[in-house]
Design a protein around this ligand. Sequence first.
Ligand SMILES: [Zn+2]
Length: 477
Amino acid sequence: MLQRTLLLLTMVMLLIAGTPHPQPAAAQEGCTIDTTLRRTRYEINAVLDWSTKVVQVTQTIRYRNDYDQDLTELVLHSEPHRLSRANVMTFRSAQTEDGQFIEGVTVDKLRFTVPLPEAVPSGCDVVVTLVYDINVKPLSDENPLGWLAYTERQLNLGHWFPTVGLYGYETAGEWYVPDRHYIGEQTAPELADYRVTMQVNNGPAGLQVIAPGTVSQAGNTWTMQLNGARDFAISMSTQFQKTTEAVGDVTVELYTYPTETPASIAQAMTDATQALAVYSDLFGAYPFERLVVVEGDFDDGYEFSGFVFVSEAWFRTWNGTPNHWLTIITIHEIAHQWWYMLVANDQARDPYLDEAFATYSELLYFEATNPDLVQAWWDFRVFRYDTTDPVDITVYEYTQWRPYINAAYLRGVRMLQAVREAVGDEVFFQWLHDYAHDYQGQVASPHDLWQMLPDADYLLISDIRSQYLRNGDILEK
Ligand SMILES: [Zn+2]
């Protein structure tokens, strides 16, 4: 809500300022005040040397100052500086739009600060070009997060470049970047447009570069564009086999390895297409023309915008049933297209907003497609684990994955089910739908979520809130 108010204030101020002095900001170099453009735009030109797995990146960031004060620095969130990502990024330089080198760039954990040589007024674009290398490392115990790593048959670039932090999210007039940690996720990404060229030198014959949005290839260079997304992920391999299926206007593309059985591939495709249909019905339209599902050559699964990974382990160990981990992880990561991609949240401080919702969406999938499996899902996914931890924990309170998942994901599911039983299906599903609709494109907070529930229902569930949440009385009602 804070961001929305600030934006509105800024627009009002621009209108007021614009009356006596037409477009005062437009006289500044770099000013746009073209509010039809998205606030944050990235243009990335990358050259990957396949023989060394080093990506030389030139990244131009355009960020419109939508606020009512000058910006004196641009603060980025650098996922390549995540814990366990030692020396992944080698920073070279930062420049202004007219080529002036910027001194004093600092990186403190995930916080990548670029001081601006001249303050950028409200309504103008901050334009900064960063030059750096991304040294993609092999997947290993020291580098266990496979979405930015390579294996013998796959190279992945996920969360591989710095993105703009949140201005005014926590405190008006200040930048916010989550602190880093080794459990859970720590992104809180602003919606942005991405234009990426990827030139691959010394690459193998038949290399495939898989990405969301539009992709075109000319020789060894791929040009890609994705608008209105939280991130931009790429996966490369020479071995992908492509399967496609349409769901309305959306094409689901599944990329798997030749080692997988046709039946497991068919199962994953059924899960992906049905999940897309079920979640679009319940939560609102999926925002892209393509949904890319890639068999990840690493554990578990992971969500990106218009793109998800599902582990090779779930294909390899698939036992022929329609509720194996293959199904659960496929539909879970696709549910994140709503609970992360469409409505984002601070994954570090409010992880239940995406994880409890994505996990609860698994239940909704089985209810809609295979009700006979609902009880088995509860038993397998939720009832095996128990905790009394609050649902609204932060990732920083945990040193191990399992207790964190038990609280944010699984006790979160129990809480959502209790709310549903108390308010009834009609109110519950309207709540989810309205929350997704009203906060699409934003970074939502628990306050935003709970204030979408009608007052009477919010009061009705006060016992549930106090049972499951540490900050259950988040609204004053
Ligand atoms: Zn998840």
